[in-house]
Design a protein around this ligand. Structure first.
Ligand SMILES: NC(=O)c1ccc[n+]([C@@H]2O[C@H](COP(=O)([O-])OP(=O)(O)OC[C@H]3O[C@@H](n4cnc5c(N)ncnc54)[C@H](O)[C@@H]3O)[C@@H](O)[C@H]2O)c1
Length: 391
């Protein structure tokens, strides 16, 4: 069989997401498995180029993982035809400027979310990529979570009857950074550096809700900074200017109401760090990252409200676990394989910069709703005819 190799510029490979999810769990895992299999049976090998700002860190990483190429010179990498794909895991604030250069250089793009800091810029990037004929993909990793895959299968099988509502809890306690180091980077808590839980999580909620339940037609949100002072990586106190919790209601096409809490200031009393309960006329389900359980209508108990009597019914027992019928796959690796097939053999890939712009819009609308107290309508989003028209 003929073999092809594809060069991938990995910008921000030393960061949390860049290193763990995109480099180690995706590209290096694909490399070690002998590449991505195409529809023809051919395999495409992957060749990463690590890009960052500190040469010594890149050199250590390259040495540790047996990677031949690294550089601090992004412009040179973009001018080199060996590298076909540019992947971006930079802090959000640095993304749009990098993507503009990449589009001008004519490379295919795969990027973390949010794709930009404003809807205007996100749409402009999508239009520029379209006009330049540059293939583009945006992460949508949560769709591959085994728990959400099980939920999707339940929906597709008609299990729920008519779906009424979704209630989701996402979050955990992120330490303030003084008496215990924080487990997230400090820029996440500074609005001026692209931080905030709305900007971080609403782009995910956009594609998760749309893919599972229907397009989001409106949002009402209240974003709050519960912890006003945090301590950064060097132990210095700083003012948290970004929201660390958001309480939101989304109305979806078809009438489903989704209510999602996102919080870095909540202590976990759930089985997993995210859980969605879906209630339908014929049954309900609770899905997490991995697990999913159901309660069909014919085993639903009939509670009667009586606060004078202690509870004797064990509600946990009314649920049935969904078996793991498939092998676990890493969502980042799965989406990388899908994207590489898109670049190499034009396989379909719907999560592009326009989809990314929808995520940015949801975050922007969520923050606007929080500021004004209004429910914000979200009409269908389309690309401007000319990228320049956005400026
Ligand atoms: N898909 C997901 O589930 C998920 C989860 C967390 C974060 N993210 C996104 O991934 C991106 C990176 O987040 P992270 O948590 O890995 O952050 P991080 O701070 O750990 O890493 C950021 C990277 O950007 C580099 N960088 C920082 N400032 C820069 C600048 N001015 N110019 C160029 N490079 C710069 C850093 O050296 C580092 O390599 C963010 O956009 C974030 O929204 C996605």
């Amino acid at each position: 069989m003929a073999q092809k190799s594809i060069g991938i510029i990995m910008n921000g490979a030393t960061g949390r997401m860049g290193y763990r999810q995109h480099l180690v769990r995706s590209i290096l895992a694909i490399r070690d498995e002998g590449g991505v299999e195409l529809s023809t049976g051919e395999r495409v090998h992957v060749q990463p180029l690590l890009v960052g700002r500190r040469e010594s860190t890149l050199a250590d990483l390259a040495d540790k993982h047996d990677i031949a190429d690294y550089t601090t010179d992004l412009d040179a990498a973009l001018a080199d035809p060996r590298w076909e794909i540019y992947a971006d895991f930079l802090v959000t604030k640095a993304r749009a400027a990098a993507l503009r250069k990449v589009i001008a250089a004519g490379k295919a793009i795969f990027t973390e979310k949010p794709t930009a800091e404003s809807l205007e810029e996100a749409l402009e990037l999508a239009a520029l990529a379209r006009d330049a004929g540059v293939k583009n993909g945006v992460v949508h990793d949560k769709l591959y979570l085994p728990g959400l895959q099980k939920l999707k299968r339940l929906i597709d099988s008609g299990f729920f009857g008519r779906i009424l509502s979704v209630r989701g809890e996402f979050g955990y306690w992120v330490f303030e950074g003084d008496w215990q180091p924080a487990q997230r980077p400090s820029w996440n808590y500074r609005a001026e550096d692209g931080g905030g839980i709305v900007v971080d999580m609403f782009p995910h909620w956009d594609y998760v809700l749309e893919n599972l339940f229907g397009r989001i037609e409106s949002v009402y949100a209240r974003a709050v900074t519960h912890i006003p002072t945090r301590f950064d990586e060097s132990g210095q106190a700083y003012r948290a200017t970004a929201d660390d919790a958001a309480y939101a209601v989304f109305e979806l096409a078809g009438g489903v109401i989704a209510q999602l809490n996102s919080s870095w200031t909540v202590r976990v009393d759930r089985k997993e760090l995210v859980e969605f309960q879906v209630d339908g006329t014929h049954g309900s389900a609770v899905a997490g990252l991995f697990g999913c359980k159901v309660q069909p209508r014919n085993v639903t108990p009939k509670p009667v409200w009586n606060p004078d009597l202690p509870e004797t019914h064990d509600y946990d027992q009314d649920w049935i676990g969904i078996p793991d019928n498939d092998a676990l796959i890493n969502g980042f690796k799965a989406q990388w394989e899908q994207y590489i097939r898109h670049v190499v053999e034009d396989a379909p890939h719907t999560y592009d910069l326009l989809a990314g712009a929808r995520g940015v819009r949801l975050a922007e609308a969520g923050l606007e709703s929080s500021r004004t107290g209004a429910r914000i309508a979200l009409p269908e989003l389309t690309l401007p005819e000319h990228a320049a028209a956005q400026r």
